[in-house]
Design a binder for this molecule. Structure first.
Ligand SMILES: *[C@@H]1O[C@H](CO)[C@@H](O)[C@H](O)[C@H]1NC(C)=O
Ligand SMILES: [Zn+2]
Length: 379
């Protein structure tokens, strides 16, 4: 270990994969804005009633001509009670992704985040992924996303690993090495009431490790945004709304609305840890009653004085500099640089990893081959 540190110092340009085991968190040494111990305590020592209730509605997987309709119908033109636009985050994987629609979502002020290039099975691929594999899947995807969706490289700073499968230290090390800010994969079933707030990996995490392996190294400055699970009607934990074992009937709009509220109140009437509604959009499009219930819930949040639909990264920004809700509401709204899209419909494009051709909607010129691992720009 010592040798490694010395070698790293001498050959500063050589990446050193040897990580230090994280030590128990020391609150004196670990302070905001850059360090936070894993904890259910409200940042800044605020009282629950003074704490903004952040609501994170996130969607996983590629954007296509079906789910964009859902997004247009229920997400666009929403305003929080602070008169800022509501935020939503998309964890997007590359295969079959429509980058023209991705550009559209970015231009709504929503957050575009990473969900890997290949999204491949089995889950052991992610469980055992080396740092190099994580780089090929996520760091390369950051450049790929910026290129084909024509959005700023620096606007992308979050990720979620497919199947919520953690891979130990490697994905977090990749975040640190490639200018990302946070991961939103690690679920908790033990820290839901009170809920665990986001924290950094400078020191050892106390979060329960449900889908092993969890990181145990010290990886300074990397933020964990825990996925606080819901409880379904039988009190079983569910991280994604669409995989609760005992959910209301899929045609029962009122049942679904109450189901969301019951889970929301655990946060809103508790320590106000960010409340998540994590889903795949197909579940909404095939279940209109579930979609209507979500729409009603979004209306309700937009009408609450102290709850806000925000992009995932906004929560991290608030935790870094926590202010009471009255002050939060006075802050200027997020700004972003709108970007254009010279839409191209590309195809058939030959793929080198598969025996068939692809079509791709892109804001960049059409590619020679279908972009994939090791050739994220399809040159
Ligand atoms: C993470 O890094 C620590 C410190 O080097 C090490 O002890 C641990 O085994 C690593 N975790 C995995 C899953 O490789
Ligand atoms: Zn996925």
């Amino acid at each position: 270990m010592k040798w490694c540190a010395i070698i790293c110092l001498v050959f500063a340009s050589v990446a050193c994969n040897e990580l230090r085991l994280a030590e128990p968190c020391d609150e004196q040494l670990c302070q905001l804005p850059d360090c936070r111990c894993s904890s259910t305590e409200i940042p800044g020592g605020l009282q629950p009633r003074d704490t903004p209730q952040f609501v994170l509605v996130t969607f996983d997987d590629n954007i296509n001509h079906i789910n964009i309709e859902t997004y247009r119908n229920i997400l666009y033109n929403r305003q929080n009670s602070d008169h800022c636009s509501s935020g939503f985050t998309f964890y997007i994987n590359h295969e079959y992704n429509n980058y023209v629609f991705t550009n559209e979502l970015y231009n709504q002020g929503f957050e575009i985040a990473l969900h890997s290039i290949s999204h491949q099975e089995p889950t052991t691929y992610w469980e055992e992924a080396t740092l190099e594999i994580m780089e090929r899947e996520f760091a390369d995807q950051k450049g790929q996303m910026a290129h084909f969706a024509n959005i700023p490289y620096n606007s992308i700073d979050g990720m979620r690993i497919p199947f919520l499968q953690l891979g130990g230290n490697t994905s977090y090390q990749m975040i640190a090495d490639h200018g990302l800010l946070y991961d939103h994969t690690w679920l908790t079933i033990a820290n839901i009431d009170p809920g665990m707030w986001p924290y950094t990996l400078d020191y050892a995490s106390t979060q329960d490790c449900v889908i092993e392996p969890c990181p145990t190294a010290s990886i300074p400055g990397v933020w964990v945004l825990p996925m606080i699970t819901w409880r379904d009607l039988n009190n079983s934990p569910c991280p994604m709304v669409d995989n609760c074992p005992n959910a209301p009937a899929l045609t029962d709009e009122e049942g679904w609305f109450q189901f969301i509220l019951t889970n929301f109140e655990r946060h809103y009437l508790g320590n106000r840890a960010p409340f998540g509604y994590y889903i795949h959009a197909w579940y909404l499009s095939v279940n209109p009653a579930v979609e209507r219930a979500l729409n009603r819930f979004l209306d309700l949040i937009n009408n609450l004085n102290d709850a806000f639909l925000v992009n995932s990264r906004d929560v991290i920004e608030w935790v870094k500099n926590p202010v009471p809700v009255t002050e939060y509401k006075e802050q200027p709204c997020n700004t972003f640089v709108p970007t254009s899209c010279a839409a191209q419909s590309c195809g058939p494009i030959q793929a080198e990893h598969k025996g068939y051709d692809y079509w791709m909607q892109s804001c960049a010129p059409c590619t020679r081959v279908y972009p994939w691992l090791d050739n994220p720009l399809g040159v």
